[in-house]
Design a protein around this ligand. Structure first.
Ligand code: IMP
Length: 193
């Protein structure tokens, strides 16, 4: 089976992508290649951040690899938090803090439409490729559900009544932004073989 490095040590993302690509690709994490550095995400777009991570791995460890960057884009907040989704409530904040700030920013606002957007950058030799996945939905006004991570408890994908955190991993991994982008990546890699 084809092996490829996924430039992340985010356990949730790794589990999701390993499940989505089960039986098709063997995914190595940064710790599997002994890369213990937290790669700084200093870009101003998802594309830039994903590229920073793959270039870091290629330059320092020599592996072809892919990386994702994801943002939650809320229409009535002008696309925020977007590329700053991880640090929305400040540098050392956690998911709980980010959700609290998001709900407070949206208090009294009727248009709750939002989308998760994932960009995957793939570096093969000196060639760069990008794959995108978007899932539209809406932000509710309180947390619901125990599964998933990040903003999952307040995001309901279009066509559903439950949040990602209520829907659980099987449904999320079938329809999510990351699943859409990952499936494009898998098709691309398998076509190359
Ligand atoms: P990054 O891709 O690790 O930079 O993620 C940015 C932010 O979006 C982090 O706060 C994550 O928790 C959040 N995030 C990324 N993917 C998801 C997801 O699938 N569901 C909910 N939140 C996510």
């Amino acid at each position: 089976m084809k092996q490829i490095v996924f430039a992340t040590n985010n356990r949730h993302k790794l589990d999701e992508i390993r499940k989505i690509s089960e039986g098709k690709l063997e995914i190595l994490s940064l710790s599997d290649i002994n890369c213990l550095t937290v790669i700084p995400e200093t870009g101003t777009t998802l594309e830039e951040n994903a590229l920073i991570k793959v270039l870091f791995v290629k330059d320092n460890f020599g592996y072809d690899c892919f990386a994702d960057d994801t943002g939650l884009e809320v229409k009535s907040l002008g696309g925020a938090p977007g590329v700053y989704s991880a640090r929305y409530a400040g540098e050392d904040c956690n998911a709980e803090d980010n959700i609290r700030k998001l709900l407070s920013d949206l208090a009294g606002i009727d248009d709750r439409s939002a989308a998760f957007r994932t960009v995957i950058a793939l570096l093969m030799g000196d060639k760069q490729y990008f794959f995108e996945g978007v899932i539209p939905g809406k932000i509710i006004d309180e947390k619901r559900g125990e599964n998933g991570f990040g903003y999952d408890p307040v995001f309901i994908p279009d066509g559903y009544e439950q949040t990602f955190a209520e829907l659980g991993e099987d449904i999320k991994n079938n329809i999510s932004h990351r699943a859409i982008a990952t499936n494009k990546l898998i098709r691309f890699l398998l076509d190359m073989q």
